[in-house]
Design a protein around this ligand. Structure first.
Ligand code: FES
Ligand SMILES: [Fe+2]
Length: 415
């Protein structure tokens, strides 16, 4: 458990908060490319780290992420006219470019240079693998974006989706660093799932890494074999989780790189960047997003009790919640804790070992930042940028195998 003050420190992300400052040291997903698909398309609202913003793609295809409220008198730029390389406020026609320059103030007298003295909130953006990332920290020193596996994929090999989570980001990502819940919450065949049934109490470990941490779980499979999973936590709020157990590693397994991005203290986006060597077909993409509404809310959500089916809960599904994506079941576990879980009321046991380590690492990161140290995994040199081999790995091995030797070759950035 945490003290109330520690819980506040880890969960508050708005401007001026400690965690908000840490988050603002990194590039974060702001929206999907599909939300602003072409030049001069309608702008969209983006709320991120408690700030209200508007994203648009200008006539040249450049992406802008501006403060939502016009610098003149505050009208929402969501209603703006996205034409001729800028976003024009509908109230008095002020025109903004993607860098936050005020290009024109047409209601001012001819020859006025008023606009040259103004600058509007604008955050830099970059687009990779169908996602648009932004950096909201000190403009003098933007870090480099680490190059993860997906930076090198062809267009068809990556397919991002996002879904709305009605709780604080930390509840979401703690689930990815909590291996023991998978045996229960995600057991979708309670009669026959002998593999998972056998060891619901794995041996756990958490290791510090240069990108954050990694969680390790080892389950016994009978007398002779073990099932090992490793799950990276990537600063500040990203993760990779392995799929179900298989006998061998397969490049064509769908892997998910996950980003838990705070909208504000009580709402988050989960971005899942699906990746696979073999390009996704249209039909597969449709399945990958079939659990999400066009507005990115989950079909099974807090307001319909996740469509829990008590018959299925008795006969087949541990959770009673049918899921195309395990995130549908995770949503029930994390949202029903409340918008911001009160961690001073928890009763933590051995199975929470990795969560405890994670919270400690994050609290240390906040302390280091307050003392002026650059946070872990903020990258300023090209030579430190390559994280393309960072993976979540899993495998069934003989008892007594040194899994570090086998796995670390598959996740070389874990060194
Ligand atoms: S409020 Fe936007 S131009 Fe006046
Ligand atoms: Fe889960």
């Amino acid at each position: 458990m945490l003290s109330h003050a520690e819980n506040e420190l880890l969960t508050r992300v708005g401007p001026g908060t400690a965690m908000g400052a840490l988050m603002r040291c990194y590039w974060l997903p702001a929206l999907l490319s599909e939300e602003i698909p072409e030049p001069d398309c309608p702008p969209v609202r983006v709320r991120l780290l408690g700030e209200d913003l508007v994203a648009f793609r200008d006539s040249n295809g450049r992406i802008g992420l501006l403060g939502e409220h016009c610098a003149h008198r505050g009208t929402s730029l969501f209603f703006g006219r996205n034409v001729e390389c800028g976003l024009r406020c509908v109230y008095h026609g002020w025109k903004f470019d993607v860098d936050g320059n005020v290009l024109e103030t047409p209601a001012e007298p001819k020859g006025s240079d008023f606009h040259n003295k103004l600058r509007h909130t604008a955050y830099p953006c970059q687009e990779i693998a169908g996602m648009i990332f932004t950096y909201m920290g000190a403009p003098e020193k933007p870090p480099l974006m680490p190059r993860y596996e997906w930076a090198g994929l062809d267009a068809g090999q990556a397919y991002p989706v996002k879904s709305y989570l009605e709780c604080n980001y930390l509840q979401g990502i703690e689930g990815d660093f909590d291996s023991s819940h998978t045996t229960f919450l995600h057991n979708n065949d309670i009669q026959n799932n002998q593999t998972l049934k056998r060891d619901g109490a794995p041996t756990l470990d958490a290791e510090d890494t240069n990108y954050g941490m990694r969680a390790i779980s080892v389950r016994r499979l009978g007398a002779e074999r073990i099932y090992v999973r490793t799950s990276p936590y990537i600063m500040p709020c990203f993760s990779i989780v392995p799929g179900p157990p298989t006998e061998k590693f397969d490049e064509n397994d769908i892997r998910g790189f996950r980003f838990w991005v705070p909208i504000d203290d009580e709402h988050s986006w989960l971005y899942i960047l699906n990746m696979r060597k073999q390009p996704f077909a249209d039909q597969e993409r449709a399945v990958l997003r079939s659990w999400i509404e066009p507005d990115y809310r989950r079909k099974r959500n807090l307001h319909n009790d996740y469509r829990i089916d008590r018959d299925l809960q008795r006969t087949r599904l541990y959770s009673g919640i049918e899921a195309v994506n395990p995130a549908e079941q995770d949503g029930c576990a994390t949202e029903t804790m409340g918008p911001i879980c009160d961690r001073s009321q928890e009763h933590l046991g051995y199975s929470d070992k990795t969560i405890i380590a994670l919270r400690k690492m994050l609290l240390n990161a906040l302390r280091d930042l307050a003392q002026g140290k650059a946070p872990r995994h903020t990258i300023y040199h090209e030579a430190e940028r390559d994280f393309s081999r960072l993976r979540s790995v899993k495998g069934i091995l003989a008892v007594g195998t040194d899994w570090h030797k086998i796995f670390d070759g598959l996740g070389a950035n874990d060194a």
